[in-house]
Write a protein that binds this ligand. Sequence first.
Ligand code: C2O
Ligand code: CU
Length: 523
Amino acid sequence: MKKLLLGTLFAGVIAVGAACSNNNVSHNSMQGHDMSNINMKEKNTTKNSSQQLPLATNTEVLTGKEINLTAKEALLKINDQVKLPVYTYNGSVPGPQIRVKQGDHVIIHFKNELPEPTSIHWHGYPVPNSQDGVPGVTMDAVKPGETYTYEFTATIPGTYWYHSHQESAKQVDKGLYGTLIVEPKNEEKVDRDYTLVLDEWMSKPNAESNMNMSGMDHSNMGHGQMDMSNMGHDMSMYDIFTINGKSGSAVKPLKVKKGEKVRLRLVNAGYMSHKLHLHGHKFKIVAADGQPLKDPQPIKDELLNIAPGERYDIEFTANHPGEWLLECHGDMKGTDGMKVKIQYEGATNNTDKSNAKEDLPTVDMTNYGKHELGSFTLDQKYDVEYTMNLETSMGKDGMVYTINGKTYPKTAPIKVKKGDLVKVKLVNNSPTDLHPMHLHGHFFQVLSKNGKPITGFPLIKDTLNLKPGEEYVVAFKADNPGNWMFHCHDLHHASAGMVTEVKYTDYKSDYKPKPNDTTNKGE
Ligand code: C2O
Ligand code: CU
């Protein structure tokens, strides 16, 4: 039983962490235009006979057309009390920020130094299907010690991210993610460009295994045969929330100067939605899932909800000197840790206070920005129409998350041909679960919510969050041939069934999984 083994491993390593708590880890920093303090690698290594994990380093920014990424283990110091064994790209969590220019042909040399197979998926990026990184669907998982080279042309600017797609519920949870920023050719310059990656962690991962496993016979479960997600996942076990791999006062403040234009790229790499509140400033949402919004109106003291897999870029002018918070609202145990200071140069007053429990209005993206017609309308003709009923039910090994009553790979694919116009209605029938649904390789336009047409700027997304009872209609053009996953980005739900595929019937893949290969676990 994989989770139980992991639990045991965690326990061992936390002990090691405590033994070297005087190691000084400097804070993670991702400042696109200020890289001075990003590239200092620290080579602190824990000394122990059974486990030798190096401390996670700072997140680097990698530019250029050839990028090297190595997946490897490390020990992440999340705050002063907690160190967790993690999986990293290049030794950091988040992994390096890959920053390229629109039009660049990017080559990524990937090496797997983890003890298990893995892969990289480019979330939100319309790469050729062969580069999509889904083991068993577009490639074989990269085995320990092996290498793989990804290549694609960065055609569309914006904020994206990358992560493992092999046993992703577990591997992304352990830290295998980083950001991909494609700078537009004619970039409007901002003075500060910060990327903030949100995530949740379990300070006691083994407690969860024990709880879920109580009363079960573990002896005959092979690796991967059952996942704890199949037994229902208790989100309250995620008791530490992080920004860029750090929690609470360990999160490095964002420096600004009066008058500067500041862009924050918010990326949710976790499995929970987070509502962020920017204190003291008006801000505009300038992009959703990397796609620019036109004429966004300034808003203040409204919460921006960021669901798993989503990205929002916000901009504000630093016109209110002092020290302010950007913080998560809510009342979960971890909420308090997801906050970062915005520190004006020379600011001495430290009067801003957290109001994380206050219930503020949430920005409604379906009526945000100037209303315009997008490429698609509700009543035009479509070549393919598909309805996705998203449900939660009890399977024989625990909870399952279904699409039209089926779990992957038994779900019916959305069959398309190149050039087809496709309309998908998504309905969340689960009584309490959120389903942030993510389509690979394409962007879709959101046409309606709960039967009402979108009244803001056309919302172009790759990840759409459905709350219980909600219904959305989206449309896209089948313009990127291949076999593409469409799944819930609460990856526990995906691993327990909530996955389907958009399959081009006129696409011939060069990739054929070997029959009976049990290595690939792409969902
Ligand atoms: Cu972010 Cu199928 O992935
Ligand atoms: Cu879900």
